[in-house]
Design a protein around this ligand. Structure first.
Ligand code: ADP
Ligand code: MG
Length: 468
């Protein structure tokens, strides 16, 4: 009987889904018009119920007739003992069975689940929040105004506004993590009954994979479904992680349906995200998407002053202006520079003046730059100008190749510690005078051709942010 059902199912789901979700099922028995199947886990059962009811229904009705029913037996991970079967009869009202059980019993019912659910206590759940990130110390500027006010709105009424999910995106070090943690802290402080959870993609994935390995997916999921505010940081790294995406999709839907707030950050807007299931991306766009831009001069200045003030350190205006102007990579680097300055001022009792600032900056910028490799520069430049990488590194003398090559040399000089001779080595064994010529010609062209200058500057930013 089950094999006949599988025939029907196979025709209706893709090969991959069939292998994932139906191959592992074992038929247990047929009793009149009731077919009992054994599924490997509770999660598995829920997944089938959430995603494959129409298909299962069709299969059962085709094979067993209109009164056919399906029962599940869920294998519990501890030992061989099987739970009493969960009964599902078709026809039912759509996929209603499971969901009503969940909603009706708030995870508490033993007759629904073989697992005992432990209700989360919002006071004792580890929210994984860093309490130093607050709205108070998040400086508002043109670069983050929209994102900040969206964040405030969500913090006032989590799950209630149409900003669900709230998706904040922007480059490295623009304040995404700070802002989402500020929202989390705010809600935790003002609404103590809410379960708040901050997690970054990496930890989420690790947790999930562990759960998968230890057959604890159900517990994993139960935990997440009890969260009132879920903050998932750096969601872009879920790209290509099929299983984790499916799990997140599942959690997302359930939380969203029950009016729980979801906040995510990413390095780009959903429309540019690669390696994601379409259905997940479309969910990402349901609520509000807001960007954080690279901080402008005024915002940087305000951040510097606030930080120094908080640490009780006097900093001359010319120094803060110098820093706001010179640190043009990102705020994380700025944080490094400021911490180093504070260290000098408090522990070494040095006065913060322009000279000290320059010295600190020089050291830090060197660190920032030293991990940009020649390879990375060459690759980024060749991609940017759409020329062949090997040709660019080689001897070809065509103008459309020569210019990118010179630009790449220029950045090698600026962003690596390599000598001119070594730079030449990396470009088809040219000598150092060729490299000098390249540097000069790039600088000349930047003076005379504003478009070229803009391209070089844009490339420079990409390289500094280490994004290709
Ligand atoms: P992202 O998550 O976007 O990479 P972070 O939130 O980690 O960036 O920010 C980097 C650093 O800059 C953090 O120390 C953060 O506190 C600080 N920062 C970013 N934006 C602001 C802001 N608007 N006001 C104050 N500090 C900020
Ligand atoms: Mg971050």
């Amino acid at each position: 009987v089950w094999n006949d059902c599988l025939e029907v199912i196979r025709e209706n789901v893709g090969e991959e889904n069939f292998n994932t979700w139906f191959k592992p099922i074992a038929p247990l028995r047929v009793d009149g018009d009731v077919l009992t199947i054994q599924v490997p886990s509770q999660f598995f059962y829920e997944w089938l119920e959430d995603n494959y009811v129409p298909v299962l229904k069709k299969a059962i009705h085709t094979v067993l007739g209109p009164t056919g029913r399906l029962e599940y037996s869920v294998v519990v991970d501890s030992g061989d003992k099987q739970t009493p079967p969960v009964s599902v009869s078709y026809p039912v009202n759509g996929a209603g069975n499971r969901r009503s059980a969940v909603n009706g019993n708030a995870f508490g019912s033993d007759d629904y689940s073989p697992f005992t659910y432990k209700a989360l206590n919002p006071q004792t759940v580890n929210s994984r929040l860093n309490t130093t990130y607050t709205f108070d110390n998040f400086v508002e500027g043109d670069c983050n105004r929209l994102a900040r006010s969206a964040g405030l709105a969500v913090a006032k009424k989590p799950g209630v506004t149409s900003f669900n999910p709230l998706m904040l995106y922007g480059g490295v070090g623009v304040g995404k993590t700070h802002l989402v943690q500020a929202i989390g802290n705010d809600i935790k402080n003002n609404m103590p009954s809410k379960v708040v959870l901050y997690i970054d993609q990496n930890d989420f994935t690790t947790q999930f994979l562990n759960a998968l390995q230890n057959h604890k997916v159900q517990e994993f999921q139960n935990f997440y479904l009890q969260v009132d505010l879920l903050i998932l940081d750096d969601v872009q790294f879920l790209a290509g992680r099929e299983k984790t995406q499916e799990m997140f999709f599942h959690i997302f839907n359930q939380l969203h349906q029950s009016g729980k707030q979801i906040i995510m950050t990413s390095d780009c807007p959903p429309r540019d995200m690669k390696g994601f299931q379409e259905r997940l991306l479309s969910r990402f766009k349901w609520g509000l998407t807001a960007d954080l831009q690279e901080p402008d001069f005024e915002t940087k200045l305000a951040i510097i002053n606030r930080k120094m003030l908080a640490d009780g350190i006097q900093i001359p205006t010319e120094v803060s202006e110098y820093l706001a102007y010179s640190v043009d990579t990102n705020l994380r680097d700025m944080e490094g520079v400021l911490n180093s300055l504070i260290f000098h001022a408090t522990l070494l009792k040095k006065e913060i003046d322009l000279e000290l600032a320059k010295e600190v900056l020089k050291n830090i910028i060197k660190e920032i730059q030293s991990d940009v490799s020649v390879d990375f520069i060459q690759k980024t430049v060749s991609e940017y100008f759409k020329v062949d990488l090997d040709a660019m590194k080689g001897k070809v003398k065509k103008r459309e190749i020569v210019i990118p090559r010179q630009v790449a040399m220029y950045f090698c000089k600026r962003y690596t510690q390599l000598t001119l001779a070594l730079i030449g080595e990396n470009f088809g064994g040219r000598d150092h005078s060729t490299v000098i010529h390249a540097l000069e010609s790039v600088e000349d062209m930047m003076k005379t051709d504003p478009n070229f200058k803009a391209s070089v500057e844009e490339l420079g930013k990409k390289l500094k942010l280490r994004v290709s």
